[in-house]
Design a protein around this ligand. Structure first.
Ligand code: SF4
Length: 76
């Protein structure tokens, strides 16, 4: 389970976030490229745009469920 106190600093404000346990596998970027991207030097991914529509939320939930280390959280 992602830890809200360990968010990476690049996340935009909002319910979805990536925490510091990210292992940079890029699966979330593949699943939801409109919302997740890799940070400088590919050290981690982060949320650059929060979802607004139901389809965007579904894409972010798919990314959350796909993350192999549970580094994606949703505190909404
Ligand atoms: S799927 Fe998880 S581990 Fe992989 S890049 Fe995204 S947040 Fe990091």
């Amino acid at each position: 389970m992602a830890n809200i106190d360990e968010k990476v600093p690049e996340n935009v404000e909002g319910p979805y976030y990536v925490d510091k346990s990210c292992i940079s596998c890029q699966l979330c970027v593949d699943r939801a490229p409109g919302h997740f991207r890799m940070a400088e030097a590919n050290a981690n991914s982060y949320v650059f745009k929060q979802p607004e529509t139901d389809m965007e939320k579904k894409n972010c939930d798919d990314a959350l469920e796909t993350c192999p280390v549970d580094a994606i959280g949703n505190d909404g």
